[in-house]
Design a protein around this ligand. Structure first.
Ligand SMILES: [Fe+2]
Ligand SMILES: [Fe+2]
Length: 310
């Protein structure tokens, strides 16, 4: 039997799978989740806590897997499918995470980039039109401190913030979403452990950290299918308007406005996901510590958004 890798982030929702999924242990494929299983609530939490990123299916069940994926996603985007909001949000979060993983793993793959971009368009449409979905998605706990999941959370908040700031053009929000999904591409590739306080980084790790936006931008800048605005967001997401950010200490006038939006949302989710701060504390800290680093209106609007969904 031949096996095909699948992403665990695509297994979401209460629909039963109609294929077997295996894990690879010592070069052997071991049945791990079987036909009839589904992945929501506690079950999903347990799966996530394993930090397993890939499983395998037998090649002759690929069609069944593809079928499961497309049915799941159609249901999730359909408000009237009868599925709970939580279920729909979990499926959509998983798909966005999987798309981010695909592109970060193989940025040279034009097809992956374009399908991530199409899905980002659909995602934006949902966020702009269904505030309850935005709330559910932005609150989904990133239990395994996954970089791609972090990207999905940042994209959700960034679209919410952009809307409040008057950026309602779907195309602009699609770029914001793609930039957010991919902003920490270098962390994904180097596997630098960012799930700790910056003050706990060794000098070497700090060098890698300070270079991550530039390193990622270099990896993608020659890829013709990458949008320039997405590259800008990747390169500028750690810059601040006081010119004290990194890697280039760019002043506000040199920053893409969408980079500033993504940067602020990244700053918030870094505290929640990687420093394990309760959301309420992170919201307070965001306001106290970032005056001067981000426009006041942005900080107020993001706090307003976060406070509206306590
Ligand atoms: Fe970053
Ligand atoms: Fe980040």
């Amino acid at each position: 039997v031949e096996y095909l890798p699948i992403r665990v982030s695509t297994l979401r929702g209460d629909s039963q799978i109609n294929f077997d999924a295996f894990v690879k242990i010592n070069e052997k494929f071991v049945l791990y989740v079987r036909k009839g299983d589904s992945f929501e609530g506690e079950r999903l939490d347990r799966l996530k806590s394993k930090k397993l990123k890939k499983m395998f299916i037998s090649l002759d069940e690929e069609t069944k897997y593809r079928d499961y994926l497309s049915k799941n996603i159609e249901m999730a985007y359909d408000k009237n499918s009868g599925k709970s909001l939580q279920n729909r949000a979990e499926i959509i979060q998983g798909q966005q995470q999987s798309n981010a993983e695909d592109v970060m793993e193989n940025p040279e793959n034009e097809k992956s980039y374009n399908s991530a971009k199409d899905a980002a368009g659909r995602f934006v449409n949902l966020l702009l039109n269904e505030p309850e979905a935005l709330e559910r998605l932005s609150k989904m706990e990133n239990m395994d401190q996954n970089i791609a999941h972090h990207g999905v959370t940042v994209s959700t908040l960034a679209v919410g913030l952009a809307k409040r700031l008057g950026f309602t053009d779907p195309k602009v929000n699609q770029m914001i979403t793609m930039g957010s999904l991919l902003h920490d591409l270098d962390h994904f590739q180097t596997q630098l452990n960012v799930a700790r306080k910056l003050t706990d980084f060794s000098a070497d790790d700090m060098t890698t950290y300070k270079n991550h936006p530039m390193a990622a931008a270099r990896k993608v800048q020659d890829k013709k299918h990458f949008d320039q605005q997405v590259i800008n967001i990747i390169l500028q997401h750690e810059e601040t308007i006081d010119g004290q950010g990194f890697p280039q200490k760019l002043p506000e006038a040199k920053l893409d406005p969408t980079s500033i939006i993504v940067g602020l949302c990244n700053c918030f989710d870094r505290m929640v996901t990687f420093e394990k701060l309760p959301r309420a504390d992170a919201t307070k800290k965001l306001t106290i510590e970032n005056v001067g680093k981000y426009p006041l209106g942005h900080i107020q609007q993001l706090s307003g958004l976060l406070n509206s969904m306590k």
